[in-house]
Design a protein around this ligand. Structure first.
Ligand code: NAD
Length: 258
């Protein structure tokens, strides 16, 4: 039991990678909070966790709303007394060629993927500072690290800019929050089949994109949600207590980053 007795919130855990992260943390002894904008996803995941005998609560929240996040943190501390782990996983994609990218494309992706992380950390920081303990894991992306030459995911300037922002935010927050006993790290996933991945490009391009991603890493396979959840678990556990400000690329060894 690697996070026994800890209280963990995972944003965007009503589906995709976040769902596997929240289940993995619960398996390892944490009381977990399924925080998502999608109520049906929350109900399904909380139901599955509780059926497996885990301690879980659901909370509908939009990470772009400071007021809703305040409500989340209050509800969690009222129920569990503390918040030890926050995995900032909620994200959206809205790929568009740069020359036709509009304000709405830019603001919605930057809003959820980057400003959402800023809001979530600000909402939880006071609680973690009071506890003198906290583990924050921000989900960035290989796309925040550089663009791949040839076969690069096209039309992702908004998403790549947001994820690069998450990487730099992780490093600066590690510096500011470290003296309070809070570790801030990031997991940068490579390609993993999820509902979000399927939305990232037209259906007829998915197969080709998967093949390109497999060829583009040294292990020649797609990542799995478990690969990402295990990395988050490590950074949320005491095994990583002397690690902060780091970006853990879980990408099969992609060598094509600039
Ligand atoms: N799947 C991949 O290949 C991949 C690769 C690199 C990075 N990532 C990152 O991993 C994270 C999870 O991705 P995924 O593929 O599981 O996506 P997904 O679309 O399958 O799941 C995202 C979840 O976030 C929730 N969400 C969206 N907007 C929200 C908001 N405003 N407030 C609260 N919740 C919100 C959705 O309801 C959904 O449950 C994202 O940050 C994504 O950018 C994914």
């Amino acid at each position: 039991m690697r996070v026994l007795g800890r209280v963990a919130i995972v944003t965007g855990s009503g589906s995709g990678l976040g769902e596997t992260m929240v289940k993995r943390l619960a398996e390892e002894g944490a009381s977990v909070v399924v925080a998502d904008v999608n109520q049906a996803g929350i109900d399904r995941v909380v139901g599955e966790l509780q059926a497996a005998g885990r301690t879980a609560m659901g909370y509908k929240v939009d990470v772009t709303s400071q007021a809703e996040l305040k409500g989340l943190m209050t509800a969690v501390t009222e129920k569990f007394g503390r918040i030890d782990i926050l995995a900032n996983n909620a994200g959206v994609v809205r790929h568009r060629p740069f020359l036709t990218m509009g304000d709405e494309d830019w603001d919605s992706v930057l809003g959820v993927c980057l400003k959402g992380v800023f809001y979530c950390v600000q909402a939880v920081a006071e609680i973690m500072i009071r506890q003198k303990y906290g583990k924050i894991v921000n989900i960035s992306s290989v796309q925040g690290n550089g663009a791949a030459p040839g076969g690069a995911p096209a039309a992702t300037s908004n998403y790549a800019a947001a994820k690069a922002g998450v990487i730099q935010l992780t490093k600066t927050l590690a510096r500011e929050l470290g003296p309070h006993g809070i570790n801030v790290n990031s997991v940068a996933p490579g390609a993993v089949m999820t509902p979000g991945f399927l939305k990232s490009r037209p259906p007829d391009q998915i197969e080709g994109h998967m093949e390109a991603r497999k060829k583009g890493n040294v292990l020649h396979r797609m990542g799995t949600p478990e690969d990402m959840a295990n990395a988050v678990l490590f950074l949320a556990s005491e095994e990583s207590s002397f690690i902060s400000g780091q970006i853990l690329c879980v990408d099969g060894g992609r060598m094509d980053r600039l």
